[in-house]
Design a binder for this molecule. Structure first.
Ligand code: HEM
Length: 336
């Protein structure tokens, strides 16, 4: 049986003093125009994960969501078990190598002991034996990282969403999408679904192990909320009605998803990880170069993209606020 022990080896580990969000936010734009495209690029670091100062609060939130409604956040087909073990193996080793103060792994053959020093937890299990873990491997390891994790299987010349632990979806539903093909689950995305999805799928099917890819996705969210499940649309979507010229800077947040794609060599599946970051417009405005890029992107954005991303109602207000804020900064001689 799995063992959860209190980790007593590192009694006072805590995350290093956080750099201000504006210094470490993954701002996704380098140009003044945004259209749907295959904006994937090679992932130079080769790493899947990032531990940020928000680690404890976000992992706690994920675990609470899984407890409250497990099925909404976790889905898997039984044939993904081999790929799930590969993901667990990859993640545990990356955590222990990149963050040795926060995580460690001890192995004696198949007997593994994984310690999460940040949360003061220790687990002993037999690698490959599902009944020795407290949950399926993907569900277990997902509870130790901030990323959402999706396993995509490749078979019959297609890609299938076959397992996922997704606690912070940007208005989509894992329950609805699980089992779908790449083009099926992207079908709500305008233009992308007709023109690009099949090409991107073919590109992904040629992905090789050891050559991961990455891309940023972005949207806007009202309030600092990561879990925006399609199932809970009625809870978070009406918040848009509260947006005014006075409160938009605090209320509206840019949401950037740092997405990474890895070929799993044994199962030939693909691991898709999503690390979601939020910053309020007011904080974003602290960087004038970013503010100007973002204003230009919004002013140039086609209506179908704003509509899909769910902010067409307050887009004119947003554009006005960005222009006014930028103007004020220019008059004051900039604030970068
Ligand atoms: C194989 C891993 C991938 C998974 C699991 C995935 C999953 C998803 C999901 C669930 C959505 C939301 C669709 C909805 O509205 O219900 C989405 C949106 C989208 N995906 Fe993917 N995706 C993957 C890879 C990619 C890649 C490689 C691209 C590259 C171009 C891409 C481009 C997009 C775009 C443009 C959107 C619309 C996002 C927005 O405007 O906010 N996806 N994806």
């Amino acid at each position: 049986m799995s063992a959860l022990n209190e980790d007593t080896t590192h009694s006072s580990v805590s995350l290093i003093t956080p750099e201000p969000l504006i210094k470490r936010f993954p701002f996704p734009f380098h140009e003044d125009s945004y259209r749907y495209s295959n904006n994937s690029r090679q992932l130079e670091s080769g790493l899947c994960l990032e531990v940020t100062p928000e680690y404890e609060e976000e992992v706690e939130e994920k675990r609470a969501l899984l407890k409250e409604n497990h099925m909404k956040c976790y889905q898997s087909f039984s044939h993904t078990i081999e790929a799930q073990w590969e993901v667990l193996d990859m993640i545990i080793h990356e955590l222990a190598e990149v963050y040795p103060d926060y995580f460690s792994i001890e192995k004696q053959g198949d007997q593994w002991t994984f310690s999460n020093h940040l949360l003061k937890e220790q687990y002993s299990f037999t690698f490959g034996a599902e009944n020795t873990l407290p949950a399926e491997p993907l569900d277990f390891i997902g509870r130790h990282v901030q990323e959402d994790l999706v396993i995509v299987s490749q078979r019959d010349q297609d890609l299938y969403m076959d397992a996922g632990q997704v606690c912070f979806p940007a208005n989509w539903s894992l329950v609805f999408d699980v089992g779908m093909t790449f083009t099926e689950w992207h079908s709500p995305v305008p233009v992308f679904s007709d023109k690009l999805a099949a090409k991107v799928r073919d590109f992904l099917m040629r992905m090789e192990a050891g050559k991961p890819w990455t891309r940023y996705n972005w949207t806007l969210t009202v309030e600092h909320v990561l879990p925006t499940f399609a199932e809970d649309f009625d809870l978070w979507a009406p918040k848009k009605d509260k947006v005014t010229k006075e409160n938009i800077g605090e209320l509206v947040h840019l949401r950037v998803e740092d997405q990474r794609l890895f070929r799993l060599p044994k199962s030939n599946s693909i691991l898709f990880s999503i690390h979601s970051h939020l910053i309020s417009l007011k904080e974003l405005a602290e960087n004038q170069v970013w503010l100007e890029h973002f204003r230009n992107i919004i002013d140039d954005l086609p209506e179908y993209i704003a509509e899909y991303k769910g902010f067409s109602e307050y887009k004119p207000l947003l554009s006005e606020w960005l222009t006014d804020t930028l103007q004020k900064q220019v008059e004051q001689g900039g604030n970068v």
